[in-house]
Design a protein around this ligand. Structure first.
Ligand SMILES: NC(=O)C1=CN([C@@H]2O[C@H](COP(=O)(O)OP(=O)(O)OC[C@H]3O[C@@H](n4cnc5c(N)ncnc54)[C@H](OP(=O)(O)O)[C@@H]3O)[C@@H](O)[C@H]2O)C=CC1
Ligand SMILES: CC(C)=CCC[C@@H](C)[C@H]1CC=C2C3=C(CC[C@@]21C)[C@@]1(C)CC[C@H](O)C(C)(C)[C@@H]1CC3
Length: 407
């Protein structure tokens, strides 16, 4: 007789091999990319590939700083301040606390530029914390009731379930682990690493370059926007559908801070000169991307919260069998994912200050295009299953997915 429970689903061999290879391949990719960004050649195509030597991997200061950083954010999250939505703590105020703390540290002369030397051991520590946290999440999921498990995260295959995550929203009391990790230590850590690179450049060359200032400002705007609009993260696929396993833990704690900061890390060792005119054009591109990203996300969020609100009540919609309506005019009538379009324009603007001499600063644009195209296909499948014929009607009415007249 088969020991497979009825809730267990069959997984393809390609999905299983992905779940086995990715936890090895992605951490190595992070170390490789940091190493390339700091090497003189900065070539991603160099053979043999650039990897840190064994003695570069470890510095006892790195895990100490990382754990202190995570604990600081957990304590700030636990403070009884800020609005609570369901069990989620909205704490925009806490962004200002972090900013004040950082300013005090800088005023006291904290050598933030030293983060540049610590990048590799910090990334190794973040990978170790990701593995340990994912093991904890996997084990504790066996005590969770079956309705707390993510669809698709309970296949019965330990490797796959460890990777995808069994439990949907693991919590310790009211402390939601997924929501905490998605928006706090990694995302804010990314901004701090950028700032460290800016300080390092100032130490080396007397002042930060225009390229470095642009990269820091663009990415700070992106992170501040995410924290300012933190309610919106509650409706993303990651929070609503995906289990909290290695993929998301590693994505939040290691991938985001250490690969999203590659442009800043590249600029420390590879200074670029930028004319004011080029800088102005890049700022215009980033602002256009941000405008599309913010307006389209806010339009959908407002419509989902209150379709009778004056800012969205005049928009054309189609009805679906679920009772929910779909927007077919405004931003969501331009393409089916206007928010991805804005995000991709910003991604390009973050790379352009690094010039055209190297591929590495464009890693983020390439990775992000692949991620969003894959995500769009996944969302499309879920929406078709949810809305059926109404979704097909929406697709006929708005034929392009991300880029008008192209894709
Ligand atoms: N920087 C990064 O690394 C990443 C950034 N992002 C960004 O995160 C943001 C959120 O992205 P994501 O969670 O993927 O998805 P979206 O915010 O695009 O949400 C998709 C959902 O919106 C609803 N929807 C789709 N079309 C319509 C319509 N016409 N009218 C009304 N509702 C509609 C559907 O849900 P329902 O109908 O159930 O409400 C659908 O499932 C994006 O801006 C993206 O760019 C995402 C991933 C990584
Ligand atoms: C290769 C790999 C490990 C992929 C894992 C994917 C994750 C890195 C991303 C999945 C969805 C994300 C979101 C954001 C960051 C990256 C991850 C975690 C996000 C927090 C960035 C800021 C945005 O404003 C956002 C809040 C909309 C966004 C939500 C999704």
């Amino acid at each position: 007789s088969s020991p497979v429970s009825p809730s267990h689903r069959l997984i393809s061999s390609s999905a299983l091999s992905g779940a086995v290879c990715i936890p090895v391949f992605l951490p190595l990719t992070v170390l490789f990319l940091i190493c390339v960004s700091q090497s003189a050649e900065a070539s991603v195509l160099q053979w043999p590939p650039c990897l840190p030597s064994a003695d570069q991997l470890w510095d006892p200061l790195a895990p100490t700083l990382l754990l202190a950083w995570i604990v600081l954010h957990a304590l700030l999250y636990l403070l009884p301040l800020g609005k609570v939505l369901n069990v989620y703590k909205m704490s925009t105020w806490f962004w200002s606390v972090t900013a004040v703390l950082l300013s005090v540290l800088l005023a006291l002369g904290a050598p933030l530029g030293y983060l540049c030397e610590l990048l590799v051991p910090l990334a190794v520590s973040a990978v170790a914390v990701s593995f340990l946290s994912s093991i904890y999440l996997y084990v504790r999921s066996f005590w969770a009731p079956s309705d707390a498990l993510a669809l698709g995260g309970d296949t019965g295959n330990p490797l796959y379930d460890f990777f995808i995550g069994r439990e949907l929203n693991p919590r310790i009391g009211n402390f939601d682990l997924k929501y905490f990790c998605e928006l706090r230590p990694g995302l804010i850590g990314w901004v701090v690493i950028n700032l460290g690179m800016l300080m390092k450049e100032a130490e080396l060359r007397g002042s930060p370059s225009l390229s470095m200032i642009l990269v820091n400002c663009f990415q700070l705007l992106y992170v501040a926007d995410a924290l300012w609009n933190e309610e919106a993260v509650l409706t993303t696929m990651d929070i609503v559908h995906d289990g909290f396993g290695f993929m998301l833990v590693f994505g939040d704690l290691a991938w985001v801070p250490f690969t999203y900061s590659l442009q800043a890390s590249f600029l420390v060792a590879h200074p670029q000169s930028l004319s004011s005119l080029t800088a102005a054009a890049i700022v215009a591109l980033n602002d256009t991307g941000y405008y599309i990203f913010r307006k389209s996300n806010s339009q959908k969020n407002q419509f989902r919260r209150d379709p009778t609100h004056p800012s969205v009540s005049g928009l054309e919609t189609i009805a679906t069998a679920t009772g929910k309506r779909l927007l077919v005019s405004g931003w969501w009538g331009l393409v089916r994912h206007p928010n991805y379009l804005g995000d991709l324009l910003m991604a390009l603007a973050w790379s352009l200050p690094c010039g055209f001499s190297h591929l590495l600063p464009y890693f983020y644009v390439v990775y992000f295009t692949v991620l969003l195209v894959h995500r769009e296909a996944r969302d499309e499948r879920q929406c078709r299953a949810k809305y059926g014929l109404a979704w097909d009607a929406y697709c006929r009415r708005v034929p392009y997915r991300i880029f008008p007249y192209i894709y």
